[in-house]
Write a protein that binds this ligand. Structure first.
Ligand code: PMP
Length: 439
């Protein structure tokens, strides 16, 4: 694999683009951040002419793969009429209606541009609804980069920093973040029902919201322990605390109704983004009338010049049509391929005596090198060998497989048996050739 052209382009970018890349995480890719020339289906091509099977999938949005014909057609049709009006249009009603039909928690929705904005809005709604200030969030979860909630990159590619200090105090994650911004954040370990119960009981009068990823996708794809989300639901209900499921990753990925449908637990609010519009910028908050009506009543402002534009709403309709087709055939396909990959990687680990864990809750999974038997808690995730995985991702590039350097894999509806087979062959090549991976 040659990456000369990507390296040259990065050098050029550095002259004009602060940091060289458009989002800080992207700088972590080794041997160099790649420049894309294009993508088709499950494959992406770089400017040096290399082809890769893509499991980065733009950090999650490309649930239909690259340049999907239906998405292209619908977006193009929408663009013929105009991109955005700052007026209302039919497409936003159609999408809002569809979302209320498919998401168990959605009486009403509001649209925004990114997951970060959706989280900002959800927190605002929760504070206005309860008249309280504090927000409970958890170690290892990521809820975007706004000052109000950003602690650090919990799964920072190649950094294995904890999200916040060990003492449980949320600390700003970046230079320039207001030092007071996290005063209202209570940071707790996740998957510990007793800690949650104690905190919510003691501080119930101050707490507006509990925000959680329903599966901790940002740190190891760790699933909730049995009964944990149920307990969270029960306690928040009991104390009048707004429960927010941040489904920016899990929404439309674990099923059309997201993780909350899968677990049968209905949060008060849900945030979504990434897969919703298949790679076009769109996010949303959905929730119950009582809370969402604060917007209609003029008690909570919701703003954004490009919110609900024709292009993004048309894209989302196309994604939802495609994902819902043939009774969810796309999900069966994604589950099958992701299962095949996870199982295949586990057996190759055994065959080559490689210590590792693959947590695979669905068409997103986390592969880690570790001596531990399981990664079921954020502390265990912190003990994985992040540097070894970084090396693995780099070697996989040579084999024609594009991975995120932190271990999270996304599978799209257009990844098939051929891709899975080629990928497992590549994993085998790396394990067979490189002694570093053998225990
Ligand atoms: N919430 C979760 C759970 C996420 O994974 C992310 C992005 N990785 C966000 C929020 C922020 O979304 P965005 O990058 O679109 O602002």
């Amino acid at each position: 694999m040659k990456t000369d052209r990507s390296r040259q382009m990065l050098a050029e970018a550095n002259q004009y683009l602060a940091g060289g890349v458009a989002s800080s995480l992207r700088a972590a890719m080794k041997p160099t951040p790649l420049y894309a020339a294009g993508g088709k289906g499950a494959r992406v091509y770089d400017v040096d002419g290399n082809e890769y099977i893509d499991y980065l999938l733009a950090y999650g949005p490309l649930i239909l793969g690259h340049s999907h014909p239906l998405l292209n057609e619908k977006v193009y049709q929408a663009m013929q009429k105009g991109y955005t009006f700052g007026l209302q249009h039919e497409g936003e009603i159609a999408l809002a209606k569809r979302l209320t039909e498919i998401l168990p928690c959605a009486d009403k929705v509001v649209f925004s541009g990114s997951g970060t904005e959706a989280v900002m809005m959800a927190l605002r709604l929760a504070r206005a609804y309860t008249g309280r200030q504090k927000v409970v969030r958890f170690h290892g979860h990521y809820h975007g980069w706004s000052d109000a909630i950003f602690t650090s990159f919990p799964s920072a590619d190649m950094k294995s920093q904890a999200a916040g200090s060990a003492a449980g105090e949320a600390v700003p994650g970046t230079g320039g973040q207001s030092v007071n911004s996290l005063e209202d954040v209570i940071l707790l370990p996740w998957n510990e029902p007793d800690v949650l119960e104690r905190t919510l009981t003691e501080r119930r009068e101050e707490i507006a919201a509990v925000i959680t990823e329903p599966i901790m996708c940002n740190s190891g794809c760790i699933s909730p322990r049995e009964g944990y989300l149920e307990a969270m639901r029960k306690l928040t209900e009991q104390y009048g605390i707004v429960l927010i499921f941040d489904e920016v990753i899990t929404g439309f990925r674990l099923g059309l109704g997201g993780a909350h449908e899968r677990f049968g637990i209905t949060p008060d609010l849900m945030t979504m983004g990434k897969a919703l519009a298949g790679g076009i910028a769109l996010s949303a908050v959905a929730g119950k009338n009582e809370i969402m009506n604060l917007v209609a009543e003029g008690r909570v402002d919701h703003l954004g010049t490009l919110n609900g534009n024709t292009v993004s709403t048309a894209a989302a309709m196309a994604v939802l049509d495609e994902l819902g087709r043939d009774n969810g055939a796309a999900y069966r396909q994604m589950e099958r391929i992701a299962g095949q990959l996870a199982e295949g990687i586990r057996s190759l680990m055994k065959k080559y005596n490689v210590n590792g864990v693959v947590n695979q809750p669905g068409p997103v999974f986390h592969m880690m090198f570790t001596d531990q038997q399981e990664v079921a808690h954020f502390d265990q995730f912190g003990r994985r060998d992040a540097a070894k995985y970084g090396l693995f991702a780099e070697l996989m590039l040579d084999e024609g497989i594009l991975l995120r350097p932190n271990g999270l894999w996304y599978v799209s509806a257009v990844h098939g048996d051929k891709e899975a087979e080629e990928t497992l062959k590549a994993v085998e090549n790396v394990f067979a050739k490189r002694p570093e991976f053998t225990a």
